[in-house]
Design a protein. Structure first.
Length: 142
């Protein structure tokens, strides 16, 4: 199953993690407009950016997070630390890092799987992963 479809199908699991107490880090990846590319190419173009930490409103309908990494070419439109509200439908991936145990992160799993075996430990360190949770992960495709 495609990474975005797996993330969408498991959003209830993400919400469960959001609602439990603890020091875990919850993040969501959103599909956002890429204004410069859209204008240059004359068609709607998108980028995927991560926001964290994530909070959920009391009704469970709206989420809020902050951009924590923004490529410099997008800094005119999106800033590190800038807050954004969004809904479940906006989420293309999610992760919960619980003291190094990584849940979700379906697009990151695909990136990691495509790396040479010798580069995976470095990737895990960079992303703060000690162990990847099963999460029904199975095979990882695109």
């Amino acid at each position: 199953m495609h990474a975005h479809a797996r993330a969408s199908a498991s959003l209830d699991q993400f919400v469960t993690h959001l609602q439990r107490p603890g020091g875990h880090i919850c993040a969501a990846k959103l599909r956002l407009n890429d204004p410069e590319s859209s204008e240059r190419l004359g068609e709607q173009r998108f980028v995927n950016l991560w926001l964290a930490p994530i909070q959920q409103d009391s009704l469970g309908n709206v989420f809020r997070g902050q951009f924590f990494e923004v490529p410099k070419e997008l800094a005119q439109w999106y800033r590190v630390g800038q807050a954004r509200q969004f809904t479940r439908d906006d989420i293309v991936d999610w992760f919960v890092n619980d003291a190094g145990l990584m849940h979700g992160a379906f697009t990151l799993r695909v990136v990691r799987e495509r790396l040479a075996e010798s580069k995976r430990a470095e990737f895990d360190r960079h992303t703060g992963v000690v162990q990847w949770a099963d999460d029904g992960a199975g095979s990882h495709s695109k």
